[in-house]
Design a protein around this ligand. Sequence first.
Ligand code: ADP
Ligand code: MG
Ligand code: MG
Length: 203
Amino acid sequence: MFTADSARKWIQLSAKQIQENKDQLSQLDQTLGDGDHGLNMERGFNAAVDQLDQDTTDAGKVLKGAGTSLLSKIGGASGPLYGTFFMKAGTSLGNQDRADVQELSKAFRTAVDNLKKRGKTEQGEKTMVDVLEPVTEFMEGQKDTLDPDELEQKAADALNKVIEFEAKKGRAAYYKDKSIGKQDAGAQSAYYLIAALATVLKE
Ligand code: ADP
Ligand code: MG
Ligand code: MG
């Protein structure tokens, strides 16, 4: 179900989504941060596409490589976090050429747990975790098949809820309760990554 080709398409499509929504991501970050999230993500994902492992049949290796590119190129708070997410997902997939739904959800669990550890954060603190973890929980509830439309819907629902959270992490935390009612840039970019994955899983 999820192969090295899926992994490559996921990274490429994520880069495209980020590129198309770069200004929106920076605008959100302008309101609750320093306004560079779109640029950071664009730089990171363009590097991940440039350095994509085109030869391997190993999905884990593709994601690990992408994580390394993101870690070194995004910069900012989100670089180490997304870098950790993709590297750990890749490590969890190991060297197999095809992951099923359970293996993919296990990879997401490992990835999100390590991201949380790295960011010292939990769900509900108005970050990318508030999209990535509900999506992971949804995947964990699936058995043999994963409906891509449902996956994207879960991400969209989770993203909507983030607006009402109060920021507890990163620059947005300085705004305290003034952050309520505004969207978090990292949650928005996490949504685009999941939307890209849903598109790949439809093929
Ligand atoms: P910076 O804040 O250094 O400019 P970015 O703008 O690229 O970095 O990323 C900001 C995003 O990173 C936030 O919108 C939030 O989603 C996420 N973030 C910041 N700190 C944390 C953290 N400790 N844990 C999880 N996510 C975080
Ligand atoms: Mg920023
Ligand atoms: Mg910054």
